[in-house]
Design a binder for this molecule. Structure first.
Ligand code: AMP
Length: 298
């Protein structure tokens, strides 16, 4: 397994593969890898075959964090991540730093630039303007601009034939698919299912922040998805009614506070008035100070 930290070296490696007709599967991550990430790696391997190459990027992208968010605290363990990648038969781990990604034309400031901060050596962004407005985009206004920009950069550096994203971040995957179609990136986006803990909690690097009591109550997200699924099994229910019921349901977990719950069309992300089987549901819940998200097709 090769570890590459320079964008130019990564791109050169990818161009050599391209010339030799080797297929490349790519899994972008922020590291602190868990079984969910590794399931994406397996999916990438399945798609490109044993003669193909699988690249995992590990980069905590500052531009998708707002100044008020947990960038400095975001969990990191590169040594452990590299071992997990090696064991998962990854060919290359791309580990750029902020200087490499955002400051190739300027000085690296002491503080990483995030949200609306001006980056000294960087002035071009990719902005998706429709699907990014609701839910995560409404709660975190500069988040998706950071995501689309860094993912576009990573695609240009890694030159993948396929890239695998998790359904866990449903809106993110929808936005990336839209970006790839709108901007004609020559690659295919695969969306892989959410891996869960035995009690149903979606695996996430942020689960590490939960203490024992919070961890026990964090399962309320999964239980909310299940309750909604059950509620619409026989007949449609109004979205307003279901939102009110779920808000009430979540008060059963005293450490949890609902940020949003939405019901929408899985393709267009347009909210629906009537929730029925096949409607997509997504929610964000603070458990203590940790903000968790989950979603499902009802
Ligand atoms: P992150 O490191 O959190 O940015 O996630 C990197 C990729 O892993 C994204 O495409 C996520 O959607 C995906 N991912 C995160 N958690 C899970 C999970 N529990 N199951 C499957 N994929 C996941």
């Amino acid at each position: 397994m090769r570890i590459i930290s320079k964008a130019a070296a990564m791109q050169k490696c990818a161009q050599q593969w391209k010339r030799r007709g080797i297929r490349v599967g790519f899994v972008p991550t922020m590291g602190y890898l868990h079984a969910g990430h590794l399931s994406l790696v397996r999916e990438a391997r399945k798609r490109v075959g044993k003669n193909g190459k699988v690249v995992v990027s590990i980069y905590v992208n500052p531009t998708q964090f707002a100044p008020t968010e947990d960038l400095a605290k975001y969990p990191r363990d590169l040594r452990r991540d590299l071992k997990l990648c090696r064991d998962a038969d990854v060919d290359v781990v791309f580990t750029p730093n902020d200087a490499e990604m955002y400051h190739r034309w300027g000085e690296v400031p002491d503080e990483p630039a995030r949200g609306d901060d001006r980056l000294t050596g960087f002035s071009t962004y990719v902005v998706e303007e429709k699907l990014s407005r609701s839910m995560e985009g409404a709660a975190r206004p500069t988040h998706f601009r950071g995501v689309t920009t860094v993912v576009a950069k990573l695609f240009n550096i890694v030159l993948p034939d396929i890239a695998v994203f998790g359904q866990k971040d449903f809106q993110q995957a929808a936005i990336i698919k839209r970006m790839v179609a709108d901007l004609d990136f020559p690659l295919r986006i695969i969306v892989a299912p959410t891996l869960r803990e035995p009690d149903g909690l979606a695996m996430s690097s942020r689960n590490k922040f939960l203490d024992a009591e919070q961890r026990a109550q964090a399962v309320i997200l999964f239980h909310s998805l299940r309750a909604a699924s059950l509620a619409v099994k026989k007949k449609p229910v109004s979205a307003a009614r279901l939102k009110a019921d779920l808000k009430e349901f979540i008060t059963a977990a005293p450490l949890a506070r609902l940020d949003y719950v939405e019901f929408f069309d899985p393709e267009t992300l347009v909210p629906v008035a009537q929730v029925k089987r096949g409607t997509q549901m997504a929610l964000a819940v603070f458990v203590g100070k940790t903000r968790l998200i989950d979603n499902a097709r009802l």
